[in-house]
Design a protein around this ligand. Structure first.
Ligand SMILES: *[C@@H]1O[C@H](CO)[C@@H](O)[C@H](O)[C@H]1NC(C)=O
Ligand SMILES: *[C@@H]1O[C@H](CO)[C@@H](O)[C@H](O)[C@H]1NC(C)=O
Ligand SMILES: *[C@@H]1O[C@H](CO)[C@@H](O)[C@H](O)[C@H]1NC(C)=O
Ligand SMILES: CC(=O)N[C@H]1CO[C@H](CO)[C@@H](O)[C@@H]1O
Length: 558
């Protein structure tokens, strides 16, 4: 289906002549599971988000490197939102040109964010289509959810082209959840060792004393689909599984609007597990189904981060899209947004995905792996998945074959991981998949991992077994990083912030190395269902491995 998009090349050529396509490589096809309702009435109000060109992005990147590198004198000297704003705020010229452009179309109903690099405006569909030549707005529905998107690529006038990164609200669909599977991998039901908070705390060496106590520590999960957690499920989960360690049974703060209806397994899982490893730490839920049908929920969350000066230190996010479905302009800009968070001392953790290396069909008997974003961003910490070697006992961990991993086709390999990745490629050279399947110069992920198989979740008041996915491992790691932040804050040290430069310098110290098993790849003659395989030290399946909490605490407190 994606191949149809090659029509974007002639469009790009003509764009040079009259007006610019900001996102010429954006996938504009709406998947068949969304039903087309029809054209949007010209008088209907839409809400679009304009990502204004920022200043000093190179300086921001350098600053992030310095505050995240434990060997730099600037380590931990994080910026406030105000300081980030004065660094990246768009130029006066950019503001003038963009505002003039909007006003000349009668668009005046706009909000901005603290960093002034996003503007969100309402306008009628008719005005939006005039403003953005090429766009044509339609309504689509799926499972009772309704969205408005453009069926064709949009362009912008030459005058504003250089002042914008992209316009949000036209193409990207609410992000896919990392498909949680709930199937059994072994045959004897009931005999499994289901993963519960007690099992995780045993495996990762958390004692009853390992709970949060600091005054102003907090952690968060973000939800984007029609996914809600129910306070009653969380309470029930904690009463069933929360014995033996002090914990909270209520969310501290919900940012955004929780819808009604049924709880989602994903939302229940995230909140129940971040609050079990990051026990007793105040927890926020960011929930954004999109206030308006034309909003992109993930982008809305990014805007919130740029508009709130007081945020939790750790955020875990269990969603992602294929890199090749998103425009480069969009991914580059979102990556800058991750830098803006990291430089403030915020740790962003993303699930690595549940399709192993992924697979993209390029042509007849020609495939390649398929990286996912934001997992492939160099400025987030990406978490893969593992299983117990023996599913009936707390043993050492092996690769969970679904664990997402590989190499980005968009982001260059960051300096902090070069030697780790080179070492891997050398160690396993003889058994690597053919080079045509992946891009050896790209950002390699995941960075670390945790158990992702056979979790117990309470959803809609019912204990549900056998829930699996990197959606599970991500909040588990997030909770443990929050506990480490807790100790750091008590000692007057800054929060961990963007962890990767420090994580890679540990070279696997304080982590349980995962060395067995391969994840999924393409089902074809060349690779026969396999992607990459775990190996000693870092690998693109489980990263550096899983946390040995007391050891990790010790090295990250030093
Ligand atoms: C950002 O926050 C300010 C208040 O602090 C608010 O007025 C503004 O509407 C917010 N922006 C968006 C896009 O919601
Ligand atoms: C942590 O767990 C591992 C494996 O379960 C065990 O070998 C080790 O002794 C434990 N304690 C510490 C402090 O690492
Ligand atoms: C490989 O990744 C680099 C960035 O690391 C990118 O510039 C290049 O286009 C990618 N190649 C392919 C075939 O996607
Ligand atoms: C991020 C966070 O939890 N901040 C809290 C720090 O403490 C003040 C005062 O108690 C709260 O208002 C913040 O929400």
């Amino acid at each position: 289906m994606k191949e149809l998009l090659t029509f974007s090349i002639p469009l790009l050529l003509c764009s040079l002549v009259w007006s610019g396509y900001l996102e010429y490589d954006q996938d504009v096809l709406i998947p068949a599971d969304w039903n087309h309702v029809g054209r949007v009435d010209p008088t209907e109000e839409l809400e679009l988000t304009f990502a204004l060109k920022q200043q000093n992005v190179n300086l921001l990147e350098e600053k992030l490197r310095l505050v995240s590198d434990p060997d730099s004198p600037q380590y931990g000297k994080h910026l406030t939102l105000e300081e980030v704003a004065s660094l990246v705020r768009p130029s006066q010229m950019t503001h003038k040109v963009v505002h003039h452009w909007l006003r000349s179309h009668g668009i005046t109903n706009c909000l901005t964010v603290h960093t002034q690099d996003f503007i969100q405006c309402s306008m009628t569909a008719e005005v939006a289509e005039m403003l953005l030549p090429g766009s044509r707005f339609h309504r689509y529905v799926r499972n009772g959810q309704s969205i408005v998107r453009s069926s064709a690529p949009y362009s912008v006038h030459d005058d504003v082209h250089q002042h914008l990164d992209f316009v949000g609200g036209l193409h990207r669909l609410p992000p896919k959840g990392q498909e949680l599977s709930q199937e059994q991998k072994q045959s004897k039901e009931g005999l499994h060792l289901g993963v519960t908070p007690a099992i995780l705390r045993t495996r990762y060496n958390l004692t009853a004393a390992d709970v949060g106590t600091a005054q102003n520590n907090s952690q968060a999960v973000a939800q984007f689909l029609e996914q809600y957690y129910h306070p009653a499920d969380l309470a029930e989960f904690m009463s069933m599984f929360g014995r033996g360690f002090q914990h909270l049974s209520q969310v501290d703060r919900v940012v955004g609007t929780q819808g009604g209806g049924k709880a989602g397994i994903e939302a229940s899982l995230d909140i129940e597990y971040i609050m079990s490893t990051g026990a007793n730490i105040p927890t926020w839920v960011f929930t954004n189904p999109g206030r308006h049908e034309s909003q992109e929920p993930f982008l809305q969350w990014m805007l919130l981060l740029s508009n709130m000066s007081d945020l939790p230190w750790v955020h875990t996010i269990s969603y992602g899209d294929d890199e090749d479905s998103l425009s480069t302009a969009y991914m580059m800009r979102i990556n800058t947004e991750f830098m803006k968070a990291g430089v403030r001392g915020i740790s962003l953790l993303f699930a690595s995905g549940d399709s192993g290396a992924g697979c993209k069909h390029l042509g007849k008997e020609q495939n390649s792996f398929r990286p996912s974003f934001p997992a492939s961003s160099p400025y987030v910490t990406t978490v893969g998945g593992t299983s117990f070697k023996n599913p009936y006992e707390v043993t050492y961990e092996v690769t969970d074959y679904i664990s997402g991993g590989g190499f980005s086709n968009v982001f260059k390999m960051p300096e902090y991981q070069v030697s780790a990745v080179e070492r891997y490629l050398k160690t396993v050279a003889a058994t690597l998949p053919p080079k045509s399947y992946y891009n050896i110069s790209g950002r390699a992920y995941p960075d670390m991992a945790a158990l992702s198989d056979n979790y117990w979740v309470v959803s809609n008041r019912i204990p549900v077994p056998l829930v699996s996915g990197t959606s599970a491992s991500t909040p588990v790691v997030g909770g443990m990083l929050s506990l480490i932040n807790d100790h750091r804050l008590l000692k007057g040290l800054p929060a961990l912030g963007f962890l990767n430069p420090r994580l890679y310098k540990l070279k696997g110290q304080a982590l349980f190395d995962v060395t067995e098993g391969c994840h999924l790849g393409c089902i074809d003659e060349q690779v026969q269902g396999k992607g990459f395989c775990a190996a000693p030290s870092w690998d693109p399946v489980t990263g550096w491995g899983t946390p040995n909490y007391p050891a990790l605490l010790a090295v990250l407190l030093a």
